[in-house]
Write a protein that binds this ligand. Structure first.
Ligand SMILES: CC(C)(COP(=O)(O)OP(=O)(O)OC[C@H]1O[C@@H](n2cnc3c(N)ncnc32)[C@H](O)[C@@H]1OP(=O)(O)O)[C@@H](O)C(=O)NCCC(=O)NCCS
Length: 149
């Protein structure tokens, strides 16, 4: 059964392991810094006792930005990411946020498809933003005042 909750310090090691499989992966030090950051909102999704994925936002002045979002490599494509992000959208709506912003590699088909499915719209392209491998960043926004998620 899926449980979604705020990240705890004791989750950091498991999250760092999950993160290793992603491009542009955050290091353990970055995850620890974000954990301490007062504007950060960090969430994990777990199946029974095992953490399946996590995501981290900054939130201030009614604007949330998604900074990292990773599901365990072996668990991708089974709905965990959609559950986690949908929960976070509902959380920020309840806080009366008016938008969520994110950047995604243009070649990241699964993430782009998920964001579009949840109502994010592309607002800008940053050419050559990512390295290793080179890629453009798609800047996307979910307007929470219009969203029906
Ligand atoms: C992106 C990521 C978080 C999505 O999580 P996930 O659990 O794999 O996604 P879900 O199974 O919840 O899929 C939700 C939707 O995304 C889309 N999707 C998922 N995998 C896909 C794939 N391989 N190809 C195309 N679309 C895909 C589908 O629209 C899917 O909806 P559907 O199942 O109703 O058709 C996950 O793949 C991941 O951790 N990737 C590596 C890190 C990363 O790229 N993070 C995003 C950085 S911006």
């Amino acid at each position: 059964m899926a449980t979604i909750r705020k990240m705890a310090q004791t989750d950091l090691v498991q999250c760092a392991r999950i993160e290793e499989s992603a491009l542009d992966a955050w290091s353990m030090e970055q995850l620890e810094e974000e954990f301490e950051n007062p504007v950060a909102q960090n969430f994990v999704i777990q199946n029974e006792e095992r953490i399946v994925g996590f995501c981290s936002f900054h939130y201030s002045c009614g604007e949330a930005s998604l900074n990292t979002f990773t599901i365990h490599q072996a668990m991708r494509g089974s709905g965990w990411g959609k559950k986690l992000l949908s929960h976070c959208i509902a959380y920020f709506k309840e806080k009366q946020a008016h938008m969520i912003y994110l950047e995604v590699r243009s070649q990241n088909q699964s993430a782009c498809a998920l964001y579009e499915k949840l109502g994010f719209q592309q607002v800008q392209v940053r050419k050559g933003f990512y390295k290793k491998p080179d890629d453009d960043a798609l800047c996307m926004i979910l307007n929470l005042e219009e969203s029906s998620c």
